[in-house]
Write a protein that binds this ligand. Sequence first.
Ligand SMILES: O=C[C@H](O)COP(=O)(O)O
Length: 339
Amino acid sequence: MAVKQQEQHPVIHQSVPVELNGRLLEPNRRIPLNLEWVEEIRVNTSAVERRASTIDTRRSVKKEWQAAWLLRAIACMDLTTLSGDDSAERVKRLCAKARYPLQRHIVEKLGIEELNLTTGAVCVYHAFVETAVKALEGTDIPVAAVSTGFPAGLSPLAERVQEIRRSVEAGAHEIDIVITRAHVFNGEWQALYDEVAAFKDACGAAHMKAILGTGDLLTLRNVARASVVAMMAGADFIKTSTGKEATNATIPVSLVMVRAIRDYAERTGMSVGFKPAGGIKTAKQALQWMYVMKDELGRPWLEPSLFRFGASSMLADIERQLEHYITGRYSAAYRHPIA
Ligand SMILES: O=C[C@H](O)COP(=O)(O)O
């Protein structure tokens, strides 16, 4: 049973030119803080919520097309473990799953052996960066570290910066930083910009995802303002949540963030990636987020270079749905352990 690949003939890791409205974009780099851009932001909350509630009705993919979208969701997934009881053994199992995210019989039945499908990255605490790097040797799978006093981000700034440096030295290719949420609800835009810029400098060549902790930011306007400040400070990605806030990734918050990415790209000619994270557990949710990306930003934002899910348990449900697609039956969830 061959899967119809999304679009016509995509290859999961193929790079497509990053274009928006026909304009070729460059990767983001820091620009000076423009407070006018921050202050002029307005968000029509009820319009955003209305739009969010119709995501499923505007677009739907079925059968082999849905299978292809789910494979892409795997390729765009930061397979994550961020628990107090994490251990080297758990991280090794997670890395094995990142290398081979689907059971062999599913891969064969789908006819996708040549894709060599892997997850987009593995995301762990700093303490497990070396273990993950070693476990992923011989692959192109990057290791992402949550640094900067994750999840609260309230340790002294120098320690947070130092933690990034240590994660990069340990081999992390990507760093997920957390911002000081109080800078946002106190309107301290310069302080937020300086903090994110300091983190970006400490990352060096590693890619930086800025976690806004949107569940703590009180309003969608604050989410939009924090997004644009993080982008001006040089973030490569903006990310919704740590997975530890009371409210994690939601579609309304994501709409606001991807529209901020679009406005920023139109103004600057530069692209920034998006990572929804926290509480995303099902294949159905994965499709909803991918509809948002396709509708609001277009095809380049369905590549791992510009789109990642942060998820610790979604892969199990995707694997189960793909097995249902090829066998017509649902298997028990325990047959799809994540790690
Ligand atoms: O960055 C990733 C999140 O911490 C994952 O959250 P989750 O455990 O709710 O999937």
